[in-house]
Ligand binder design. Structure first.
Ligand SMILES: Cc1cc2nc3c(=O)[nH]c(=O)nc-3n(C[C@H](O)[C@H](O)[C@H](O)COP(=O)(O)OP(=O)(O)OC[C@H]3O[C@@H](n4cnc5c(N)ncnc54)[C@H](O)[C@@H]3O)c2cc1C
Length: 428
């Protein structure tokens, strides 16, 4: 059987490993990637910009990975067309590849606002290694930056730019506060304080009107809709991502909030599977169809897709799609599941400088936020995932005494979750 995989990141690497682990070496595997390098951790790109990681240290697998697993890697070339009727794939350079089963793991691309100047060379997104390299090359030549977007990627980018040595970094946020989709007011204020201390400024309730250029066409600043003008030698736009579902859509496949897949990661096209940031999933807690845009989910889905491609039926359970964590200086934050519910308990512990918010729906923990110290986050996550009754443990959970939440199996599960998470990822 010939397997072709389009995309070489979290979902693609997980799929390759699973195909070999479960299917042995008798199958042929070809990976097509429009990036030039081997796979790397996107989550760690801010660390690269900050000068705290190297390209070597953020590699996902060693250089010999593809050779060892006997994978043909076609790097630096995009797949431009899928012909499901012929079971063929067309590459940008005109080559055609035949497949028996195709996996689409094309990820997502940053959304750019439709405002004048957004295409300027000094206006960046932070999604690829190429973005990070270009950004790092410009940093020593400018004094300040504007980051557009107060979500996790925007804040990580802002923090990284400050650490990289910029004199000023201003974050422009559309909402009245930071991390509006991940944190409540209290936790967001803790992150804000940490970032203010690091020398980052914030402008809330503001929208970008244009990226302004000087006579030589270089970025000089960012104009806001309210008339303010912020000087900037570079800008980073972090306004979310859009799934790369075009190949499947053009081939006639169903697309909603991403490529539509069934419980076995099959698209609506014969012998074509999809996983990762490019697909639509059903959130376990809300039942809503959403785009799946998390590293851990992409990795997990790549594994499920590969097993199913081998004919080993592995139904993919509806995932928790709200699962975020980051570290900003001395403040760790983890936020999982629902932010609101029937019963909300919240407490700040001044001794450990930790804020905990628990959201209960009946007996079950439907979500939580930890800010400050996040020890035991895996246990809270396991409780949310499992849906087991947790109300009886509310006091211990609120006080962070998870060791006394004597749910052995959950503890084990929690540890596993923590260990394999890119989302427990550092932005320091
Ligand atoms: C700065 C940053 C920080 C992040 N931090 C976190 C975090 O802390 N926690 C977390 O869970 N997630 C985080 N994420 C999100 C996480 O990186 C993604 O969820 C994950 O990378 C998705 O993996 P994927 O394999 O689905 O797709 P991607 O990583 O997007 O990879 C898809 C690959 O396919 C390639 N491709 C696309 N189209 C084609 C084509 N036509 N032909 C050939 N190749 C193609 C792309 O170039 C890319 O290499 C972060 C992302 C960024 C950018």
């Amino acid at each position: 059987m010939r397997f072709v995989i389009i995309g070489n990141s979290a979902a693609g690497v997980a799929a390759v490993e699973t195909l070999r682990r479960l299917g042995g070496f008798q199958h042929r595997i070809t990976v097509v990637s429009d990036e030039l390098t081997g796979a790397y951790s996107r989550c760690l790109l801010p660390d690269l910009v900050a000068g705290k990681s190297t390209e070597y240290s953020i590699r996902l697998r060693p250089a010999e990975f593809y050779r060892r697993l006997e994978v043909e890697l076609l790097a630096g070339v995009a797949a431009v067309e899928v012909r499901p009727g012929e079971k063929r794939l067309v590459l940008q350079d005109g080559r055609e590849l035949a497949y028996d089963r195709l996996l689409v793991v094309t990820g997502a691309s940053p959304v750019l606002p439709a405002v004048p100047g957004v295409k300027a060379e000094e206006v960046f997104t932070l999604r690829t290694l190429r973005d990070a390299r270009r950004l790092s090359a410009l940093v020593p030549r400018v004094s300040g930056a504007v980051v557009v977007g107060g979500g996790l990627v925007g804040l990580k980018a802002a923090y990284a730019l400050k650490q990289a040595g910029l004199a000023w970094v201003t974050v422009v946020v559309t909402s009245p506060r930071l991390l509006i989709r991940q944190l409540d007011e209290r936790a967001a204020a803790m992150v804000e304080r940490e970032l203010l201390n690091a020398g980052i400024d914030f402008i809330y309730n503001a929208r970008v009107k244009a990226f302004a250029a000087g006579p030589q066409g270089r970025l000089t600043g960012v104009e806001l809709e309210d008339g303010r003008e912020l000087p900037a030698g570079l800008a980073v736009v972090a306004k979310g991502v859009r799934p790369n579902s075009g190949l499947v859509e053009k081939a006639g496949g169903k697309v909603g909030q991403g490529i539509v897949v069934d419980g076995n990661m099959r698209t609506s096209l014969d012998d074509i599977y999809a996983a990762g940031d490019c697909i639509q999933v059903t959130d376990r807690l809300t039942g809503q169809k959403v785009n799946s845009a998390l590293w851990t989910l992409a990795f997990e889905q790549g594994r499920y897709a590969a097993a199913n491609m081998l004919g080993i039926a592995r139904p993919y359970p509806a995932p928790l799609t709200r699962l975020n964590s980051a570290r900003f200086g001395g403040v760790d934050v983890v936020s999982v599941g629902n932010l609101e519910g029937e019963e909300v308990l919240a407490q700040y512990d001044p001794l450990s400088r930790t804020y905990r918010r628990l959201v209960f729906d009946g007996e079950r923990l439907a979500g939580f936020i930890l800010a400050g110290k996040v020890d035991g986050a895996g246990v809270y996550t396991a409780l949310v995932k499992s849906g087991r009754p947790a109300w009886a443990y509310r006091r211990q959970l609120l006080q962070g005494q998870v060791g006394s939440v004597s749910l052995g199996t959950l503890l084990e599960q929690g540890k596993k979750d923590l260990n394999r998470n890119c989302h427990i990822n550092t932005a320091t």
